[in-house]
Design a protein around this ligand. Sequence first.
Ligand SMILES: [Ca+2]
Ligand SMILES: [Ca+2]
Ligand SMILES: [Ca+2]
Ligand SMILES: [Ca+2]
Length: 209
Amino acid sequence: MTFYADADADGYGTTSSQCLCEAEGTYTASNNDDCNDANKTANPAGVEVRDTVDNNCDDYCDEGLLSYGDLVITEIMQDPKTLRTARPSGLSCTTRAAPTFRCAGLVILRWGSDNHNVSGEVFIAAGEHALFLRDDDTGKNGGLTGGYSYGSDVTLDNYDDDLYIEFDGVIIDEMAYDYSREDWSAAMARASRCSSTPTSTAPLTTTTR
Ligand SMILES: [Ca+2]
Ligand SMILES: [Ca+2]
Ligand SMILES: [Ca+2]
Ligand SMILES: [Ca+2]
């Protein structure tokens, strides 16, 4: 009989198996359906809670539990004239309160056109910022490092545009900007949910696991 390894003893095993007459050691499960064998509360029968973990093994984390404002766009690099790239080069996001925001599955989108599904394991703890860059080449992004690159999937306009971030079909934040001022503060002024204090000189950090 095939037994599957179940290290967290939640009754759901991994793909590691042995053919045994009876359960032995960690080889106790009759299935290989566990998506996280290091977490007893994460399995196909689990209940999703806001903890950055996929608790019910559907490949989504914290689905249905995120709402508008859980992640906030704080900056956008609008029309970077000193850079070789002719397009806005990045944006910064932050959370305002615990728990940590897990960005895998987050969609960065230009309304009605471009979009990018964040696939990396980017975590943003309360009060931290994450930097999302169009280009991770420091020669093209103003020397910024440590950010997540969304590449050419999203090409914002230098003059004006509408930027959204969405998770599980729910808009988390949005920002509209125009050319009324020739720096990112124009975007700050028009953002629906920005902090009142510009953060362009603050250290931007991205926490990845
Ligand atoms: Ca298990
Ligand atoms: Ca488990
Ligand atoms: Ca889930
Ligand atoms: Ca969760």
